[in-house]
Write a protein that binds this ligand. Structure first.
Ligand SMILES: Cc1cc2nc3c(=O)[nH]c(=O)nc-3n(C[C@H](O)[C@H](O)[C@H](O)COP(=O)(O)OP(=O)(O)OC[C@H]3O[C@@H](n4cnc5c(N)ncnc54)[C@H](O)[C@@H]3O)c2cc1C
Length: 496
């Protein structure tokens, strides 16, 4: 039965590989469309020379495939990460399932459904299961090496979108017409274009130039850095991951928890407020304390990790930090809104992120499905199913500080669902559940709320929900004390 169903996976980064592996284990024969010529996604093409993993490798590992002993660093560099991902795809024989250089341009639901009919469904896709008797997805696929060839059409029973958040749709700030990059005599590019340069080209591009990097996250810090967010050094980051245990999750009040756990969360919460962390950071010294709290940032997945020698470079003056909410261009540089003197510069690099919602939405031909993505800020059900989009799952969109860990759990869950081992709740029950999650996440992330973020402190709780759905024991430790205080890592969930 599983082998009869045609499943398409879009993308061969970690999410696509995980989806493919777990489906194959359940007897499916998925086809993976990858627009580039290799596996690994961002780790193959979206890193700069200095990029390292910022998640400790014990959390960024496949549950059943350990890092090789030759990788000893807690935070491997991007080449080691790519090599690890590539080895995984070879070890589990995933490469033959991948059609490289095949870009999915659009997907369209074959069933002539009107919006009213979909809105009238009680159950996902009409039956609550993964497949429909009549509904299929038509995929328009373009060969990227021969773009003049007519796109091919594939018809499949289920689509898993794993097309990643960090490519194709750069987020560039808007400026008034006389204050944007056009008035600037230098060069302004997005970090995406910088990261795809070869090391030699990138070095040549910035050689002898004054470079201003605009941004606040990982890419910005890797490229040079202007930062207005909380940052942590590697050792502190490792420590915070080690505290990823059930006890620390008691500090967060989760949806559907009762009065006692609410009270406990309130009593424990001060342990993780920003004031207790402030003293640790050089941010104070450099006048870079952000306006929002540490937990707010944690709950919105924005905690960049500093390279070891970062502040030495600030002290010696090769990196200058400026804290500003906005800026505009002038002929010879940029002007910060709260600084009268322009910063003279030759190159401006926008490390200002991407627009993942647009990337997901625009792959749908139907404006109804596009509207499902754009129309609300509510997270997806179990972070991978949109209650109104049938026979589609979205993996890798929802992020956590350990994306591989989070995505692998959802891949396992999805494979269980697709194998017919469980049914989804009704559409209204899924919508009610996701609204509760949104309220919970907004309570901690405030204005920085992003539906795509499964915050650090909710990882074990959301894994519990997935385990319960799959009918397996969410308590993975041998006895009470480690259950409460030991960190949860991917191998705890091996072979689910
Ligand atoms: C510089 C950098 C550092 C990071 N560091 C960390 C870290 O330390 N810890 C962490 O947890 N996360 C980190 N991340 C986040 C990282 O994105 C995830 O960990 C993970 O690699 C994402 O995998 P993915 O498969 O979901 O997406 P991607 O890696 O983006 O893969 C998507 C794939 O889909 C393909 N694709 C896209 N559109 C199409 C289409 N239409 N048709 C066919 N193929 C398509 C792309 O070519 C790509 O191969 C980092 C990201 C970046 C950019």
């Amino acid at each position: 039965m599983a082998g009869d169903k045609q499943i398409a996976v879009v993308g061969a980064g970690i999410s696509g590989l995980l989806a493919c592996k777990h489906l194959m284990e359940k007897g499916f024969r998925p086809v993976v469309f990858e627009s580039r010529s290799c596996v690994g996604g961002v780790w193959a093409f979206q890193t700069v020379e200095s990029t390292k993993l910022q998640t400790p490798k014990t959390y960024y590992q496949f549950s059943d495939f350990a890092w090789p002993p030759s990788v000893t660093a807690a935070f491997p560099d991007h080449n080691q990460v790519w090599q690890y991902i590539y080895s995984y795809s070879v070890y589990f024989n995933l490469i033959p399932a991948i059609k490289f250089n095949h870009k999915v341009v659009a997907i369209d639901y074959s069933l002539p459904l009107d919006d009213e009919k979909i809105c009238g469904w009680d159950e996902w896709g009409g039956n609550g299961g993964p497949f429909s008797v009549e509904g299929k997805w038509k995929m328009l696929v373009q060969h990227t090496v021969y773009p003049l060839e007519a796109p091919k059409v594939f018809e499949v029973d289920f689509v898993i979108l794993c097309n990643g958040n960090y490519s194709d749709f750069p987020n560039v700030p808007q400026f008034p017409i006389d204050k944007g990059p056009k008035v600037f005599d230098g060069v302004a590019i997005h970090s995406m274009d910088y990261a795809t340069m070869t090391t030699i080209d990138a070095a040549e591009f910035i050689k002898g130039k004054r470079v201003t990097v605009v941004g606040f996250q990982k890419s910005a810090i890797d490229i040079a850095v202007e930062t207005v967010h909380w940052t942590v050094p590697e050792h502190l980051n490792e420590l915070s991951f080690r505290n990823l245990n059930r006890f620390s999750e008691l500090m967060i009040h989760k949806p559907r928890e009762g009065f006692f756990l609410w009270l406990l969360a309130i009593l424990l919460y001060p342990l993780v407020t920003s004031s207790s962390f402030r003293q640790f950071f050089e941010l104070i010294k450099h006048n870079m304390i952000p306006k929002h709290g540490f937990i707010t940032q944690l709950a919105s997945c924005m905690l960049p990790v500093l390279p070891p020698n970062f502040y030495e470079r600030v002290e010696e003056g090769s990196i200058v930090l400026k804290n500003s909410q906005s800026f505009h261009f002038s002929r010879n540089g940029i002007v910060l809104d709260d600084d009268p003197l322009p910063i003279e510069t030759d190159i401006v690099i926008f490390a200002t992120g991407f627009r993942p919602d647009e990337k997901i939405a625009k792959i749908f031909k139907s404006t109804f499905f596009q509207g499902c993505i754009f129309g609300s800020s509510t997270p997806f059900y179990r972070e991978c199913i949109h209650p109104r989009i049938p026979q589609v799952a979205i993996l890798g969109y929802s992020e956590s500080p350990a994306n591989l860990f989070a995505t692998e759990m959802r891949s396992k869950w999805l494979a269980h669902f697709m194998a017919g081992n469980m049914k989804l709740p009704t559409i209204s029950a899924m919508e009610e559940d996701t609204i509760k999650w949104e309220m919970c996440m907004r309570q901690y992330a405030f204005k920085s709320y992003k539906r795509a973020c499964i915050g650090l402190l909710l990882q074990i709780h959301s894994n519990d929900l997935l385990c319960n759905d799959m009918g397996c024991n969410p308590r993975r430790k041998s006895w009470f004390l480690p259950e409460l205080f030991a960190p949860y890592v991917p191998p705890d969930y091996a072979n689910l």
